[in-house]
Ligand binder design. Structure first.
Ligand code: TXA
Ligand code: MG
Length: 355
C-alpha cells in the first residue's frame, strides 16, 4: 500500500489535507494522526471492517480493544448504555484531555472495536489536529497508539513513518506530541471507579474530583494467574525496545556505581550498551564509563513531565543504534511518576533490581 505522508502545522491547519484524511476514515481507511498524548492510528469506530484493518496494520492481538475518540461530548450518548455520575464529574474536570473512560457499550459499537468486550473506552482528546480530523470524518474514530504492537508508542511523526509506512492510507505528521505518555484509563462501570492505566491525569487528581478511586494492582506489579490486568492491553509485553533492558532502584550514587560497573562489563565484552539517567545524575557517571557507552538523560527529576515526554523516544533511539543492553535508573512513583514507572517497568519486562 502507498502511504500518503502529509505534514500539518498545528497552528495553521491545512483544511484540504484534513478533509482528505476525514474522507479516508469515512470510507473505511486508516489515518495516523497526532494527539496530545501519543500518535493514534485512526479508523471509523463503528465500521467493523475498518477496525479489523487496525489490528492487521499493528499486528495487534484481536482481544485488545481500541479507544473511541470523539470531538464533542454529545457524541458519547449513542455509544454507551448509561453515563454514571462519576463519569460526568471526570468529564467535566478533564475533557477534552488525556483521560479515557470505560462505559457499558451500546449495540451500535461493534465488538470488533471493543475486542469482544461489552464495554467501550472513550476519549475526547485535546489536540487541534485530532479534533478537526474527527469533525471532518463525521464519525467517531477508534485509535490505538500508532506503533507496531509491542513497540514504544510514537511521539514523533517520524516514529509513525518507521512503523506504519506502507501499511496504512495516510500519516499526518504534526510534530512532537506534548505529553508523550498515553491517556489515563479509568473504568467507571465499577464503584468506586478504577484506574486501569496511569497517565497525566493522576490518582490524586481523579480522587479530588470523585472521592474514592481504586487502582488496578497490576499497574506496577507483574500480573500472575490470580491478578490479570483489567485493560487487556496491559497484559502484553509492551513498549519494549529490542535491547535487554533492566532497571536499578535505590540510592542514586549506589545505583550509578552499579550501573556503571555492569555497563562497562558488557561494553568490555564487545556489546553495545546504553544507560538511562536524569539530568541531576549525569555527574555520577563522569569519568566512570567506557567511551562507547551511550548515556542518555530523560530530563529533569523535578519536572517529571520532561521525563515522560522523552521516554518512548529514548527507547526507540536505542533500537536505532542497535543497542543490546540498556541499564536504567528507576524514577519516583509519585504523581505522573506512577505512569512513567508503569511504562518503564513493562518496557523492561519487570526486570527491576534493588541495589
Ligand atoms: O492516549 C491514548 O490513549 C492513545 C491516543 C492515540 O489516544 N491511545 C492509546 O491506545 O494508547 P492503545 O490502544 O495503545 O491503548 C488502549 C488501552 C489498551 O491497554 C486496552 O486494552 C485498553 O486501552 N482498553 C480499551 N478498551 C477497553 C475496555 N473496554 N476495557 C478495558 N480496557 C480497555
Ligand atoms: Mg498502545
Amino acid at each position: 500500500m502507498n502511504t500518503k505522508i502529509v505534514t500539518i502545522d498545528t497552528d495553521n491547519i491545512d483544511e484540504a489535507a484534513i478533509e482528505e484524511a476525514g474522507s479516508i476514515i469515512r470510507r473505511g481507511g486508516l489515518v495516523a494522526f497526532p494527539t496530545e498524548t501519543v500518535y493514534g492510528l485512526g479508523a471509523n469506530a463503528l465500521d467493523k471492517e475498518a477496525a479489523g484493518k487496525v489490528y492487521a496494520a499493528k499486528g495487534r492481538p484481536s482481544d485488545n480493544p481500541l479507544i473511541v475518540h470523539i470531538s464533542d461530548r454529545k457524541m458519547i450518548r449513542p455509544l454507551v448504555k448509561n453515563i454514571p455520575e462519576a463519569a460526568e464529574k471526570l468529564m467535566d474536570a478533564f475533557w477534552p484531555g488525556p483521560l479515557t473512560l470505560i462505559f457499558e457499550k451500546s449495540d451500535s459499537v461493534p465488538k470488533e472495536t471493543t475486542g469482544g468486550l461489552d464495554t467501550v473506552a472513550i476519549r475526547f482528546p485535546n489536540h487541534p489536529i485530532a479534533n478537526r480530523l474527527i469533525d471532518a470524518a463525521g464519525v467517531c474514530i477508534a485509535a490505538p497508539s500508532a506503533n507496531v504492537s509491542g513497540k514504544p508508542s510514537p511521539t514523533l511523526g517520524e516514529h509513525v513513518v518507521d512503523d506504519m509506512n506502507g501499511r496504512i492510507d495516510m500519516i499526518i505528521d504534526g510534530g512532537m506530541v506534548g505529553m508523550g505518555l498515553e491517556s489515563t484509563i479509568i473504568d467507571v462501570t465499577v464503584e468506586p471507579p478504577m484506574i486501569l492505566r496511569p497517565g497525566f491525569i493522576t490518582y490524586e487528581m481523579a480522587s479530588d474530583v470523585v472521592g474514592q478511586v481504586n487502582i488496578d494492582r497490576t499497574i506496577l506489579k507483574k500480573p500472575d494467574g490470580e491478578f490479570k490486568p483489567k485493560a487487556p492491553g496491559m497484559k502484553y509485553r509492551h513498549y519494549a525496545p529490542t535491547a535487554d533492558y533492566s532497571i536499578y532502584k535505590g540510592e542514586a550514587d549506589k545505583v550509578a556505581d552499579k550501573i556503571a560497573f555492569l555497563a562497562n562489563e558488557k561494553s568490555n565484552a564487545g556489546m553495545k550498551v546504553g544507560i538511562i539517567t536524569a539530568d541531576q545524575h549525569l555527574k555520577l557517571y563522569e569519568g566512570k564509563l567506557n567511551e562507547d557507552i551511550k548515556l542518555v538523560s530523560l530530563g529533569d527529576l523535578d519536572k517529571p513531565e520532561t521525563i515522560a515526554n522523552k521516554l518512548f523516544m529514548a527507547l526507540r533511539n536505542f533500537d536505532k543504534i542497535n543497542t543490546q543492553f540498556i541499564f536504567g535508573e528507576a524514577f519516583s512513583e509519585d504523581n505522573v511518576g506512577r505512569a512513567i514507572m508503569n511504562r518503564l517497568t513493562k518496557a523492561a519486562g519487570y526486570n527491576i533490581v534493588d541495589v
